[in-house]
Ligand binder design. Structure first.
Ligand code: DGJ
Length: 761
């Protein structure tokens, strides 16, 4: 049997050619050594199903395949479905030839990973229709990731309509996997859900026109006893930012079948003779060492093969964002005051968010009219940027290019540029319409307009926002053409401005996907900056995406999304596990808080490479306890930081113990906690237990005492080798039990600590 063996450091992907010319999937999992592929060949595929022909007895119903098509006996969800000129949807692609590519391949109009170690292509052909289907495989050897895609070439002399061109298929001879998805909505992105992948069909998809916060394209399949540290799991994702679908089923013989790619729902693309339609890259990874390993593989892939080369391993600046500090209500002097305080505490980048253009004093108008509001900023962006630079800060700007307000000069001049259907009242979202990026005139307009804006002042950072879903699409190809148009605009602008750090945003994390990351190396994770919520959101996001991609800000309390009050140090320590920013009015904070922020920024800068690019581990499975522990370890395992977070304090608790992982067993480490001050106001009237005079809570005296007397965090310190630390763990000092001393770890609701492990030379 002719076979193709795609191997990475620890995995093997194997498929072979059947006598009938089909591509039989043989294995995806642990790396194989010497192995006769015939041992994995399906011996009696479905004796009772439909037969392709009487002599060869080939039935497609139960044969594990590299791709399924409709109409010749394969009744599983198809990867490819094409309507030919005579209106039938039957196809039967068989192998023609294959080649190993010398030059890396990349689709010219889609985001694409780079730097693969091997790339192969297999050409297949449907004799009856004359169509050609080419399957592509790329191997990212060192990070144990593979990519798959396919392209359909209309080599016939008739137009055809493509109803499905998914990117990949994974047929596994097992029915014991859990199907994990990352679902949600605005401000509660990527809630983890699991179901059994069993008889019936599961679909994880988006119909919003974005990859969406409803269902992220990341899907993980895991064995039931696989946890963060042990066990078998598969990760699937897609390098695409629009409608996607992952469809899974288990067939009548107990085999799992998963296909994923562009959502086939409402999809229809007419392909004329000579034309080609290409699917985005699907990526897949396998781990037999639990979910942390799977995540690390995806992290390495994204950091080294997907984000723009210019930003690989480049430390990202600490920023202050004006949105929750001022919303639309600002002028130059207010912004400068904010920037001045930001500079004083060590922040590096000032980001001017929404509200700087035309009459944008609320979200009712002006998207599309990108002329500076000279009432707010009399010297324009240039003077503001120069002044910001004068403080030693970089300058960043918010834009929302894909949108137009009905109340805007742009809309009045080009109503046809918005996505609408003639004769039908368009659906409005956040008072705005979507510009039709499928229209080349709109693409050109966007490129010219934003080239001008980005050149109009010294700008080092751009937040590219997108705040509504698509609706009123005109035909089955519109959503995809929108994406291709948007990608053209992004390709052009990011090439013209390689030194601008772009951060993608879509009402927070409504477009947190691999397609966007190919142009913009970081994404605003969620508008929800509540530290307790962020623990869940960042924990889930980390399952498929590295910390370097997650914008994470410290915001005000009560939190603007949840009204919760959580400690400033926890807001910071959670945001450390991402690209740190601040998004609050620093000028309304007390001197003590500003001093604390100054120490935070300096701490983060000292360890930012570790936080942004270190190997990340989730230690305690979330939702099972009131504790969450995360850890980042640097490449040579000489430095690591562990976050210990508690959402809900328990009275009379048992000892809390840390379980560090990922350390070097042979290295000797100095272990300590990050110190900070604790406000004694936290104790309310308990302060009277130690005070010689009675202090009434919230009285003037209480405020004065709070200012004069601060508590310091407990001191934890020790020396141990990595092997012992990982084997035995570390018992922490007791928290809040009847009384207080220097040995007490003050650890109420929402408390957290960072623990450092430093190699001793
Ligand atoms: C939505 C974003 O997620 C916010 O951070 C902010 O930029 C607003 N848009 C501005 O309108």
């Amino acid at each position: 049997m002719k076979t193709w063996h795609l191997s990475t450091k620890n995995t093997s992907y194997l498929f072979g050619l059947t006598d009938s010319g089909h591509l039989e999937h043989l294995h995806y999992g642990a790396r194989l050594g010497v192995f006769d592929p015939l041992l994995l060949h399906e011996k009696m595929p479905d004796p009772t199903g439909l037969l392709l022909d009487e002599e060869t007895k080939v039935s497609l119903e139960d044969l594990p395949l590299e791709f399924s098509t409709y109409g010749k006996g394969d009744i599983r969800e198809a990867m490819v479905e094409i309507e030919t000129a005579d209106k039938n949807r039957v196809s039967d692609f068989r192998y023609v030839d294959d080649k190993v590519l010398d030059q890396p391949y990349a689709a010219s109009d889609l985001p694409w990973a780079y730097g693969e170690s091997k790339s192969i292509e297999i050409t297949t052909r449907d004799e009856t229709s004359g169509l050609t289907l080419i399957l592509s495989y790329q191997v990212y050897e060192r990070c144990d990731v593979l990519a798959r895609s396919c392209r359909l070439v209309n080599t016939s002399d008739q137009p055809v309509v493509v109803h499905r061109l998914l990117s990949a298929q994974l047929d596994l001879d097992r029915n014991d996997l859990l199907w994990r998805t990352f679902d949600g909505h605005w401000a509660r992105e990527r809630e983890v859900h699991e179901k059994e992948l069993n008889s019936g069909i599961l679909i994880n998809d988006s119909k919003t026109g974005t990859s969406s916060n409803r269902h992220n394209p990341l899907v993980i399949l895991r064995e039931k006893d696989c946890d963060e540290h042990r066990g078998v799991c598969f990760g699937l994702n897609l390098v695409y930012s629009g409608n996607h679908a992952t469809i899974g089923e288990v067939n009548a013989y107990g085999k799992s079948h998963v296909v994923w790619g562009i959502n086939p729902h409402s999809f229809a693309v007419t392909l004329l003779p000579g034309e080609t339609l290409e699917s985005p890259q699907a990526v897949l990874t396998f781990s037999d060492q639990g979910l942390n390993r799977l995540s690390s593989q995806f992290h390495a892939f994204i950091n080294t093969h997907l984000i723009p080369r210019r930003w690989r391993s480049v430390p990202r600046p600490v920023l202050i964002n004006s949105w929750e500090a001022t919303y639309f209500n600002f002028n130059e002097s207010k912004l400068m005051k904010l920037a001045k305080t930001a500079a004083d505490v060590g922040i590096e980048l000032f980001v001017l968010d929404d509200g700087w253009f035309s009459k944008r004093n609320n979200d009712l108008s002006s998207l599309g009219d990108w002329n500076v509001n000279l009432k707010k900023l009399p010297g324009g962006l240039k003077r503001l940027s120069q002044k910001i630079h004068g403080l030693g800060l970089q300058f960043g700007l918010w834009v929302e290019p894909e949108m137009v307000s009905p109340d805007s000069d742009l809309y009045r001049a080009h109503p046809d540029w918005a996505i609408t259907i003639e004769g039908r009242k368009p659906t409005i979202g956040r008072h705005q319409l979507v510009l039709d990026c499928a229209n080349p005139d709109v693409q050109d307009y966007l490129i010219h307009t934003f080239t001008d804006i980005f050149s109009s002042a010294p700008i080092e950072y751009v937040k590219w926002d997108m705040n509504r879903n698509l609706s009123d699409l005109r035909d089955g190809s519109h959503a995809h053409r929108y994406m291709l148009g948007l990608y053209r605009v992004l390709r052009d602008l990011t090439r013209s401005f390689p030194d601008i750090l772009f951060e993608s945003c879509a009402s927070g994390g409504n477009r947190f996907d691999l397609g966007m990351l190919a142009y913009m190396p970081q994404i605003w994770t969620s508008d929800n900056t509540d530290a307790l919520c962020r623990i869940d959101i960042q924990d889930a996001t980390s399952q498929g995406y590295p910390l370097s991609t997650m914008g994470a800000h410290v915001s005000a309390v009560p939190n603007h999304q949840t009204q919760r009050v959580s400690p400033l140090e926890t807001r910071f320590q959670v945001a450390c596990f991402g690209v740190l920013g601040y998004e609050l009015n620093l000028n309304e904070l007390s001197a003590e808080s500003l001093k604390a922020i100054q120490a935070q920024v300096s701490f983060y800068k000292e360890y930012r490479e570790l936080f942004q690019f270190g190997t990340f581990h989730r230690i305690s499975p979330n939702n099972q306890t009131n504790l969450t522990d995360w850890m980042v370890v640097d490449d040579d395992r000489s430095l690591a930081i562990l976050l210990h977070f508690q959402d809900r304090a328990i009275a009379n608790p048992t000892t809390q113990r840390l379980h560090p992982i990922g350390l070097d067993p042979e290295t000797l480490y100095d272990f300590s906690n990050r110190p900070f001050d604790i406000d004694i106001g936290l104790f309310g009237d308990l302060i009277n237990m130690v005070s010689p005079v009675r202090i009434k809570p919230d009285s003037l005296l209480h405020t004065v005492v709070r200012k004069m007397k601060v508590l310091h965090t407990e001191v934890e310190h020790g020396i141990a080798d990595g092997k012992s630390l990982m084997a035995a763990g570390i018992k922490l000092k007791q928290s809040n039990v009847g009384g207080f001393s220097d040995e007490t770890r003050i650890f109420p609701d929402g408390a957290s600590r960072l623990y450092l492990f430093r190699k001793i030379d």
